[in-house]
Write a protein that binds this ligand. Sequence first.
Ligand code: SF4
Length: 451
Amino acid sequence: MNLESRRYHIVTFGCQMNKADSERMAGVLEAMGYEWAEQPDDAKIVLYNTCTIRDNAEQKVYSYLGRQAKRKQQEPDLTLVVAGCVAQQEGEALLRRVPELDLVMGPQHANRLQELLEQVFDGNQVVATEPINIVEDITKPRRDSAVTAWVNVIYGCNERCTYCVVPNVRGIEQSRTPEAIRAEMETLSRQGFKEVTLLGQNIDAYGRDLPGSTVEGRHQHTLTDLLYFVHDVPGIERIRFATSHPRYFTERLIRACAELPKVCEHFHIPFQSGDNEILKAMSRGYTQERYRRIIEMVRSYMPDASISADAIVGFPGETDAQFEATLQLVEDLEFDLLNTAAYSPRPNTPAALWGNQLSEEVKADRLQQLNRLVNQKAAGRSQRYLGRTEEVLVEDTNHKDPTQVMGRTRGNRLTFFAGEIEQLRGQLVPVKITEIRPFSLTGMPLMPALL
Ligand code: SF4
């Protein structure tokens, strides 16, 4: 792409929130090397950050879009994005109305703009309006990483969680073949990547749609089989996977993780609620007792495993006691990280139509209570690292302190230590942890050359 083609323009409609989101998205584009163009017609990425409050704002979006859609017919490398509330509300319908669109993204996806654009540049039309990216997402953007990469292994989801639009938006499960996944990992390794996270909305479903031989009554294409198949790709030092569904999590998978040295002891297994009736209303297909047993089993094989999860508070009809059950589960299980969200109704999902919605105040209050507990627990979990030596894969400089580099432990704790990025990027460094915070650590490298 030449320089002139790396320009962007954002048109913002609506409120302060939208303006703030536009600023964040502009920041992402500039970090990707794009420059602001005064006129949309001079830009190669045109983004409309939309608002549904007033109908005329919505109409304006369509009229602006129409003009750019025509332009795109002449300039196919033009990228058209609709973000904000119209995108959230209309989702895929927007693509049908304006097929020239490349990306439709809800407001909560603003931080993921780079990742979404990369999918577009790979030739996909992308809709990102699903709540999963808040409630089931450990994929905090790790921008500019030349060290860690995501590899999709299964697209779509066949579950029917009553709060989630993913099955509508992303369609049914489609697994990639083990060979294609391994080949992609080999390419990544040649490009210098050291860590791969295998991704799927419900990764435990991996392989069940693949035609495969059944040996002794067992299908041969499970996530566990995939881990055995890819774990020895030379040059890839670490493997993670996400997101796990408690309904399908197996002891065989846990054993594989304990046995395969490159697979990190880090599990992201959303529980969503600590109450069985709410879990049933969510159609999650497991009980809180089963969830607890899974975590116990993981810890019995890997006592130090790092465990993260997602939880939703304020699901329709959630009583105080049911919310307390979620707090109790967090209290008991001691997560390293918990992504929390207040329930918010999504278009075309069953729970959105129920009459027993809770007020915003109740949801906000519960979210605050849960977050307080999460911070406390994460701080407690960090304690175990103090004085220990952890293997850190160095990814980048610490943007807040350029004399330091940052990386992650096998348990996915962000870790900082003094060092030169040029020398250390992509290296596995033993680091003695000297300082802990709830979600990050600081330490001293133990490589003699660095002391
Ligand atoms: S498992 Fe449930 S929450 Fe996750 S993507 Fe599928 S339907 Fe959505």
